[in-house]
Ligand binder design. Structure first.
Ligand SMILES: [Zn+2]
Length: 199
């Protein structure tokens, strides 16, 4: 049985906290850090980790990750009077890359999921109606995933918005059932956007 030094184990455990990294990869990354990275790189890595975690928060308005109180997309008043509702900042980035959507966003922090005890209160819906009024929004596009939870969340929001005059659309799903937006390619996303249906 090999006995690793404690600080080696500690570092490997840190790498293992990341998704997709099992004990073997964590060990490889630990060796790489110790044998191949110079002091300066390690210093930069550890500082960046802390700095990013301290400085990057959710935008007060749309919920996207940003290092400002209010993100650059919310500040941009050339954006169309539309709000696309998505599950995470990763989805915002995916849609921004397509350059075919020029409205605003609203990031939910996941979906309603009763089995996991996640209700509507937990997913950043509290200011959506207020935003629609304040920002004179004409159209909301519900772009939650096509999983059961994603559909349930879209239906909930649709009902919630009945008290407003806004048009509500569900993104068209050329996306495979249960697909995650963040993994979809750009063409699929553009098609999904073109195929949106009023609900
Ligand atoms: Zn924002």
């Amino acid at each position: 049985m090999i006995k690793y030094p404690d600080s080696f184990k500690e570092l490997a455990e840190c790498f293992e906290m990341y998704p997709g990294i099992g004990p073997k990869t964590a060990e490889r990354l630990t060796f790489f850090t110790l044998l191949n990275l110079d002091d300066e790189s390690v210093e930069k890595f550890s500082k960046s980790l802390k700095k990013a975690k301290d400085n990057i928060k959710q935008c007060n308005v749309c919920g996207m990750l940003t290092d400002q109180e209010c993100c650059h997309l919310c500040k941009d008043d050339t954006r169309e009077k539309k709000i696309m509702v998505v599950e995470s900042t990763k989805d915002v980035i995916a849609f921004e890359k397509t350059d075919s959507y020029h409205g605003k966003y609203h990031v939910l922090n996941g979906t309603i999921s009763p089995l996991d005890g996640i209700g509507p209160e937990e997913i950043h819906l509290d200011n959506l109606i207020q935003r629609i009024k304040n920002e004179n929004i004409l159209e909301v596009i519900l772009s939650t995933s096509s999983s059961i939870e994603g559909e349930m969340t879209a239906l909930y929001i649709k009902k919630m918005l009945e008290e407003t005059d806004v048009k509500v659309y569900r993104i068209g799903y050329g996306l495979p059932a249960g697909a995650n937006i963040e993994y979809a390619d750009e063409v699929t996303l553009i098609k999904a956007l073109e195929g949106k249906k009023e609900i």
